[in-house]
Design a protein around this ligand. Sequence first.
Ligand code: F6R
Length: 603
Amino acid sequence: MCGIVGYIGSNDIKNFLLQGLKELEYRGYDSAGLAVIEKDSMQVFKAVGKIKNLEEKTKDFKTKNFGIGIAHTRWATHGKPTELNAHPHLGEFSYVVHNGIIENYKELKTELEENGYNFISQTDTETIVHLFEDYYKKSKSPFEAFEKTVSKLDGAYAILLITKAAPDTIFFAKNGSPLIIGKNEKNEIFFASSDAPLIGYAKEVAYLEDHIYGYVNKEGIKTFLEKEEKNLEFKPLTANKELAQKGGFRFFMEKEIYEQSRVISETMMGRVKADKIEFEEIEEGFFTEIENIKICACGTSYHAGLSASYLFERLSKIPTNVEIASEFRYKEPILNKKTLFIVISQSGETADTLEALKMAKNAGLKTLAICNVDNSSIVRMADRTILTRAGIEKGVASTKAFATQMMVLWMLSLYLAQKRATLDKESISKEIDSMLHIPKVLVVETSLHEKIKRLSKRYLHGHGFFYIGRDIFYPLALEGALKLKEISYLHAEGYPAGEMKHGPIALADPELFTIALMPKNLLYDKIKSNVEELSARDSTILAISPLEFDIADDFIKIKEYNHYMLEYFEMMLIIQLLALEIATRLGNDVDMPRNLAKSVTVE
Ligand code: F6R
């Protein structure tokens, strides 16, 4: 996701900005830029691709005096990764960098265009700088103009704005996207999206809360909340960079599990409206004449696809078939032009998925990629793409990418239900209400994590794990088993609960651990009978359910919801944490498990 840095002081501004951007590289980006005001001169540089391209462009630019600077790495959401779309965005006399998504940018842009403003980028961000300048022209007060601008923005943002109208001031605002202010005894003030760029520069930092805005200049920092001045709480900054990148978590995977609540809001942003789903990236007619869907993917992404097939059939009433990409490639599949071909991939580079996509394209099918990396090979090849917006995923075992894939697929099934009128308005509103609840469901409660930590010590041995579920909880069971295998190296299988009696139940004994996904809202009685059968044969049962279940050896209670997808997401969180804690106790390298690679670019 995008990253921001900012600086005010008398040291080498350019150097801090470039070093800061490098520290934010781990967040993922496809272009970068910086803007500096020193004395009266305002300079801007932008480059597509790596930071070194920006370094190259700025090599003759020197900064020595007091000045201010802002910089940005961009992970494309609105508009392609081009220089024009890279930040900082320019008005007539101001620059802005922004992380997040301005949901109401279209309305604001139309109004500004009517008032004679020209937009040169495809981004939502450019609206901010024109809006600011428009208000400034009326009030002649940069702060008032900034305050008013921020009050007009809906959505998520961390913003830094500089302007010739106040050449020694950086204006900032934060809502939903991270922003940190740092300071030191040399009167330097720094901004960044995470701690890492500030280490070695700032002594103390304040983590801004949502809706805070203000400005910094030579006199110091002024912050406001709802027009009232508010003091910030500064804390000493850690000196350990690796720890800072991990945000204090033991592993990137753990951090990424905790991030799910936030990134899933970004996935929904601008797409989930009060009573409908919208995908700006796909034109109206794209889905017409589609009679069925085929999904191809690998690993965790395949599990998302398999889960989606239940949603496409149940909600959008479209026959859906899902295939593992490496199987699909060589089976001489019969392809039909009325089939929508969906590929799902976190990296966008998985060789088997890419080949499957090529085959579908060559056969003349409409193709859609659900992907986390813009401009990846899969994105470039597919007719259309919906980006999942999970931000870079560092842990090899996929967590937040899966969560965001599932959210996109759920949104897409509702979008198609809208288009095909397979659900009435009331049912769509109900689905959307549940959807909007997911960020809350994904907040990791300390008590839950502690319970899983405690339980994990009982699951370090045995001759195997069966994760079982029915309906859409079956692919979730597959995903639970895959997470455990990948990082704990214990044998685990996912199974449809109803299939156990057709063979696998022969393995049941106390050393066989059954992880049972038992939602209240979908086939509870059926899965209950399946678990009872396993318990009667002495398998050790860990039940995950909102309903108490006496015969389970261990029980993790989830909250009571009225929609199975809320249960799905909470159980997803639990199986991820369970795998993490078992692997941690076994002393494994959770982020880089043996034999695995993050991006599988060979078949
Ligand atoms: C498992 C995992 C892998 C990937 C698979 C496909 O945690 O990450 O199974 O899901 O290699 O990768 P992408 O989604 O990048 O195509």
